[in-house]
Design a protein around this ligand. Structure first.
Ligand SMILES: Nc1ncnc2c1ncn2[C@@H]1O[C@H](COP(=O)(O)OP(=O)(O)OP(=O)(O)O)[C@@H](O)[C@H]1O
Length: 332
């Protein structure tokens, strides 16, 4: 079993007046062999959550379990979680051949410890990501962005992971290449039965690969559910903003910056300051729904809806989710 579960995970940065909670009491499960797409605007805490899972960032609270076992208790050896970044340059040493970079990530013990087994494995991994094994001696600098991202994927797979955390892996690629890399990711995920957290600003990209969608806002998960349900029947006003800002189904034409800009235009407000998150519901300063239901917004201003959220298969952290959204539709 390779279910990855975040339980009440909290990450803080800074001290004193610059202290901030980047990830706040997050509960999130990535079911075994499934893809959870994590979407939200810049600064919402998506990368921090992924970095916490691989131990690059310390937890201030909560725990992370793989197959029911807290991660810090697992024995060393093949790395069960692998993080793939937006920029493959950060994981590929430009001075090393791509074959050596991949070989370096193959476990040094077990059946792949011998030299010839390792180079055969490099060839197999390159083929797996649709690259010619003859390119093993090439350096990253001579490859296209899409090819480099394939190498980064091969390197991640070399660690024999159960879980891949893919952080904006197509954001730096031309739109024409994004589709082929996304197809490859989905095919590999299915073939190898990987569990995956797939992070992107772009809901069009997320919906392309995800079984479930989680929406993050100011360090919190504000909506979670099966992808089809979230897309067809978004419950949180922020998810509706995201959907309004996303390119239509089948296109991937908005990049990260454009998506953020579109989001702000839709919500007609600057993102909240993560150092001073609003009291009550964090989304209330941007929310079109609360004032429609109750002009004084008492509940929204004073009561944090998150703790009640995670009870159903498709759930949201909004006091007035479904009923109020119908009211907004009616007014519009
Ligand atoms: N090492 C750090 N030190 C201090 N603050 C940090 C650090 N890493 C992240 N942050 C802050 O934590 C918050 C969440 O950042 P994070 O990168 O996780 O967001 P994100 O949703 O992934 O956004 P982006 O897509 O822009 O990376 C931001 O306000 C960011 O400035």
């Amino acid at each position: 079993m390779s279910e990855l579960r975040f339980e009440q995970v909290t990450v803080r940065f800074g001290t004193g007046s610059r202290a901030m909670t980047a990830v706040d009491s997050v509960d999130l499960t990535i079911p075994s062999g499934q893809v959870v797409g994590l979407v939200g605007e810049s600064g919402s805490g998506k990368s921090t959550l992924a970095r916490a899972a691989v131990g690059l960032t310390e937890l201030a609270g909560g725990r992370i379990l793989l197959g029911g076992v807290p991660l810090r208790h697992r024995a060393r050896g093949p790395r069960p979680l692998q993080l793939v970044f937006q920029d493959p340059y950060s994981s590929l040493d430009p001075r090393m051949s791509i074959g050596d970079s991949i070989a370096e990530a193959i476990p040094r013990t077990g059946p792949l410890s011998g030299g010839s087994a390792r180079s055969a494995e490099v060839g197999r991994l390159l083929e797996l990501v649709d690259l010619d094994p003859d390119r093993a001696s090439a350096h990253p600098g001579v490859l296209s962005g899409g090819q480099r991202q394939r190498v980064a994927l091969a390197r991640a797979l070399a660690g024999q992971p159960d879980v891949i955390l893919a952080d904006e892996i197509t954001s730096a690629l031309d739109v024409s290449v994004q589709g082929t890399v996304l197809n490859l990711v989905r095919e590999l995920q299915r073939r190898l039965r990987l569990s995956m957290l797939f992070i992107s600003h772009n809901l069009a990209v997320v919906r392309y690969v995800s079984d479930y969608i989680a929406v993050m806002y100011l360090g919190r998960i504000v909506e979670f559910g099966p992808a089809a349900d979230v897309l067809a029947d978004p419950q949180h006003p922020y998810t509706r903003d995201l959907l309004a800002a996303a390119p239509r189904r089948g296109t991937l034409t908005l990049d990260a910056e454009e998506t953020d800009a579109a989001l702000r235009a839709v919500a007609d407000a600057e993102p909240a300051d993560p150092h001073h998150p609003p009291a009550g519901c964090r989304f209330h300063p941007r929310c079109p729904v609360g004032p429609l239901v109750r002009p004084d917004r008492e509940l929204c201003l004073t009561v944090d809806p998150t703790p009640e959220a995670a009870k159903r298969r498709h759930h949201t952290a909004c006091h007035y989710a479904a009923t109020a959204l119908q009211a907004v539709d009616h007014v519009q």
